[in-house]
Design a protein around this ligand. Structure first.
Ligand SMILES: [Zn+2]
Length: 369
């Protein structure tokens, strides 16, 4: 677009772009918030199971989950629940919480599994595991769902601190840290994926978004809230003893979707979501665990869509910069503060009402002109 000459033209363009950016930001929030509310509602049965005893809930969810009948781990006398690993995950989440925010709230969407101390959990060993209830589940996620196999699973565990640190690097706009992750950590875990990610990483676009920060921060805050609210037993239901691997994979793949403007990560996540959905037995009247899985699959797709919407926002911001417009940029914040703000805000994201939280309608894909 040519630089407008008159002050009125500049004023009009500024207003138009600011309006579009505001609409885009609101659309991103609405999508993420509605996905988050749907998921937390569907998680209710898993949440109740977890509250009794985390380790036993984990094992029960793995047993009645999507396991091939012949799964070797069912026959082996082994501990399915890795108390040490989930304990360290819980500690990491505790560090990211607001100081003093340790009590479990009664609000459905504020429920977070890690607030219950994991220290007292017994290590369940020697209990004979039973085959899953679904006959012949044709997949085996015991080494994760993204096809990386045993080696990738081991490396995810090895590099889990770096994986947990990635959202903060993005939220803080730490370009050097992000480069180090993409060029050193990711290749050490899975070289082919790392090459695809680097090829799909539009540096100029991502740098602009890191500078703007706001939309990426919101996206990451919702992502963190999702990982806080999903009890480990959901992953165990899907992946048996590989539950922790599946969680780590998703914690890696989701922020990469934000960093990749190309479709590579989005496609991989879509594929996993489709995989999850096609195992849901009765779509009309799913079992409570299946309903949680179906919502989780929807949520993954919504997060990919919202990441694309964040990328689209960059075009508007970039135009404002090129035209040197006096554009209303949102002040910088951090992940912890943004998460707390989202939890505090009890208004409906769609209409602002304080009577309800959302409209129960999942956003579709609207192509804006
Ligand atoms: Zn409303």
């Amino acid at each position: 677009m040519k630089k407008p000459v008159s002050p009125i033209a500049i004023e009009l363009l500024t207003r138009e772009l600011a309006y579009q950016a505001k609409e885009q930001r609101e659309s991103i929030v609405l999508r993420l918030h509605s996905a988050f509310l749907h998921l937390t509602e569907a998680l209710q049965p898993l949440r109740e199971m977890w509250q009794g005893s985390g380790a036993a809930a984990y094992q029960a969810a793995a047993e009645c989950g999507w396991n091939p009948l012949q799964a070797k781990w069912l026959r082996a006398k082994r501990s399915v629940f890795n108390a040490e690993l989930w304990g360290s995950v819980a500690d990491t989440m505790r560090q990211g919480a607001q100081p003093g925010d340790e009590t479990q709230s009664a609000e459905a969407d504020e429920w977070v599994w890690w607030k219950g101390r994991l220290g007292g959990l017994p290590a369940i060993t020697g209990i004979k595991l039973l085959p899953g209830t679904l006959p012949d589940a044709p997949h085996d996620f015991s080494h994760g769902a993204f096809g990386g196999g045993v080696t990738f699973a081991a490396r995810l565990q090895e590099h889990r601190a770096a994986i947990f640190g990635l959202p903060a690097l993005i939220a803080n706009g730490d370009r050097q840290g992000i480069d180090d992750f993409l060029e050193r950590v990711l290749p050490a875990m899975r070289p082919k994926l790392a090459r695809e990610v680097l090829a799909s990483h539009n540096r100029r676009m991502i740098d602009q978004l890191l500078a703007e920060q706001d939309s990426m921060l919101t996206w990451l805050a919702y992502m963190e809230m999702v990982f806080e609210s999903v009890p480990p037993s959901l992953y165990a239901h899907l992946a048996g003893p590989g539950g922790a691997t599946l969680m780590l994979e998703l914690r890696l793949m989701l922020p990469l979707a934000l960093l990749c403007s190309g479709p590579v990560i989005g496609h991989a996540i879509h594929e996993v979501a489709n995989h999850l959905e096609c195992f849901v037995e009765d779509e009309e009247d799913p079992s409570p665990l299946d309903a949680a899985v179906a919502e989780f699959a929807h949520l993954l797709v919504d997060f990919v869509r919202a990441a694309n919407e964040v990328h689209e926002l960059e075009e508007l911001l970039s135009e404002a910069r090129i035209e040197e417009l006096d554009f209303p940029f949102v002040p910088r914040s951090d992940l912890r503060t943004r998460k707390a703000a989202i939890r505090r805000d009890k208004s409906c994201r769609a209409c602002g009402s304080l009577e309800h939280r959302g409209h129960g309608v999942r956003m579709g894909t609207v192509a804006y002109e």
